[in-house]
Design a binder for this molecule. Structure first.
Ligand code: HEC
Ligand code: HEC
Ligand code: HEC
Ligand code: HEC
Ligand code: HEC
Length: 405
């Protein structure tokens, strides 16, 4: 009897301690996959590439520099939202591995990891650290420098720097954008903040790594089918350098959630009346479809979401009825990470939202507004991010008058 109650108490205490730990443990939501666990080793840089800075590349490739300079890649370190979030998250080392991937961009060298999840790196001061290069975030060399060479798709140019032919340009994106995790306590295999996990590399379909490059990326056989470059780097015929041979090049634009035009291009939205106008109830339907992105919309960090607001208005634009829907991934973080719901839009699957008007006396118009949100207002406040640019914008807005002939 006595031993039985001791056993029960011990089990109860273990369970309580376990759950308490789940609530206070550090939130390491992803595994630092070998794909990005090690900074890119730049020790074999040829003299012609100097300090590897984007400005050095610009001396010969000015147009590519100008394009890159307008993108979030060039601000992957300095961008205020990233900086605020990173500091809020205890300035963890792992974030540097994608936001500033070159060894010279990191103040410390990674010698190894103490834990299997690789959240606890063994580090030592890095004498080669270059803070100017750190500020370039995902700089030219982050994508182009591998083992002393510049990778590119041509492989037959007269470049003054050593080059290596890239079989498929999408291979470049894989390191940072397509990461899968498989921690025991994530029901949904949760990758780091910004990856497009919905597009799978062939590792997930065949469940094996085909081969690994020196800098950690997986060299998957069907990279071409990922299509990232096709949609995010539009084609343009031009010379690589002033006076050089005109070739089929890719614009270095990478537009995404920060660009309303890009987000609009992903969506087809229609807002119409359903059925007859003569009944005592009228119904309007908004149909939204992802027709422009191969991955979900929104994609990337789970902060991104869309709101769909349908409203019935009176003659002074007062709201008589309202129907608000949120398109997003909902995640429970504690005690276990569980992907509760995911209402984001897969490609080619239209979804509809209705609003009914019952008070036809007062109702004068009906309005639909679709907005894209980079992050939640609540989260903005929680991490103390003082945004200078809007965190949400309209991607669709239409008002229909009810009583026109
Ligand atoms: C001194 C001038 C110069 C500098 C500096 C320079 N490049 Fe080049 N690069 C060239 C020339 C010339 C070519 C070949 C152009 C051609 O044949 O059309 C080239 C070719 C390339 C290619 C295409 C290679 C291929 O085989 O597809 C890439 C990519 C490239 N450079 C990237 C870079 C990057 C990134 C940097 C900076 C780290 C850089 N270059 C610095 C002159 C330069
Ligand atoms: C070294 C890591 C790395 C590589 C390689 C990389 N990216 Fe990114 N990418 C990032 C990071 C980090 C951000 C987010 C920066 C931020 O917002 O602070 C980003 C942002 C983006 C965005 C979002 C733009 C927006 O408006 O929010 C797009 C689109 C994108 N990348 C496409 C690509 C494509 C296509 C490739 C392959 C050609 C690629 N990236 C390669 C790290 C990388
Ligand atoms: C996010 C990754 C990424 C970054 C950052 C990046 N590039 Fe590229 N770059 C690519 C990819 C992918 C290609 C191959 C595109 C293709 O299929 O032609 C490319 C191609 C090129 C080419 C050859 C022309 C072409 O379009 O194929 C040059 C030159 C070049 N890049 C220069 C630069 C310079 C200079 C910078 C920095 C100012 C830079 N790149 C930054 C991914 C990147
Ligand atoms: C068929 C075209 C298409 C393909 C293929 C595609 N994208 Fe996109 N992508 C888009 C469009 C359109 C958007 C804007 C809508 C949105 O943000 O979801 C976008 C948005 C993004 C964003 C922005 C997310 C954010 O939070 O701001 C990232 C990152 C991104 N794509 C990365 C990728 C990567 C990596 C690949 C390859 C694995 C890829 N995309 C393949 C069309 C495409
Ligand atoms: C595996 C690579 C990877 C790692 C590791 C990583 N990120 Fe990112 N991060 C990305 C990519 C790719 C994007 C862009 C996708 C998008 O725009 O949604 C991004 C976007 C972001 C954004 C959105 C910025 C914006 O402009 O709206 C924030 C904030 C962010 N990351 C914070 C972090 C923090 C904090 C860490 C460390 C805990 C971290 N990231 C680790 C790849 C990574």
């Amino acid at each position: 009897m006595k031993t039985k109650s001791i056993i029960v108490s011990v089990i109860v205490i273990i369970v309580i301690v376990f759950f308490a730990w789940r609530f206070i443990r550090p939130m390491n939501i992803f595994i630092v996959d070998d794909r990005f666990a090690w900074p890119v080793d730049t020790s074999a840089t040829p003299a012609v590439l100097g300090k590897l800075s984007a400005k050095e590349c610009a001396a010969c490739h000015q147009e590519f520099y100008n394009e890159w300079n307008t993108t979030i890649h060039s601000k992957a370190w300095t961008e205020p939202y990233f900086q605020t979030d990173w500091k809020f998250d205890d300035s963890q080392h792992s974030c540097r591995l994608c936001h500033t991937p070159l060894d010279r961009q990191q103040p410390q060298k990674v010698l190894g990891y103490r834990d299997t999840d690789k959240w606890d790196p063994i580090v030592e001061d890095n004498p080669g650290f270059d803070s100017k290069l750190q500020h370039e975030g995902v700089t030219c060399a982050a994508c182009h420098y591998r083992d002393g060479k510049i990778v590119g798709v041509f492989g037959n140019t007269n470049a003054p720097h050593p080059t290596k032919k890239l079989e498929d340009p999408n291979q470049v994106c894989v390191r940072c954008h397509i990461v899968e995790g498989d921690k025991w306590d994530t029901f949904f295999r949760f990758p780091p903040c910004g990856t497009v996990a919905e597009i799978k590399s062939s590792r997930s379909s065949s469940n094996k790594v085909i081969s690994r490059g020196h800098s950690g990326e997986h060299l998957v056989s069907d990279n071409a089918s990922l299509g990232c470059v096709g949609c995010h780097m539009p084609l343009l015929k031009r010379a690589l350098v002033k006076g050089g041979k005109v070739r089929e090049t890719r614009q270095h634009l990478w537009r995404g959630g920060h660009d309303s035009k890009m987000v609009k291009s992903a969506l087809t939205v229609k807002f119409n009346e359903q059925g007859s106008t003569n009944t005592d109830k009228r119904q309007f339907t908004l149909i939204i479809e992802n027709t422009g992105a191969a991955h979900y919309v929104p994609t990337g960090t789970p902060d991104r979401h869309l709101t769909i607001q349908l409203r019935v208005l009176d003659k002074k634009d007062n709201v008589l009825a309202e129907n608000i829907n949120i398109i997003r991934r909902n995640v429970m973080w504690r005690p276990f990470i569980i992907d509760l719901t995911d209402t984001r839009l897969p490609r080619g699957q239209p979804r509809s939202y209705d609003i009914e008007i019952s008070d036809l006396q007062k109702a004068v118009s009906v309005e639909a507004v679709v907005r894209y949100h980079l992050l939640d207002e609540k989260r903005r406040q929680r991490i103390g991010y003082e945004n200078k640019t809007p965190i949400a914008y309209d991607v669709f807005r239409q008002k229909i008058a009810l009583h026109v002939k």
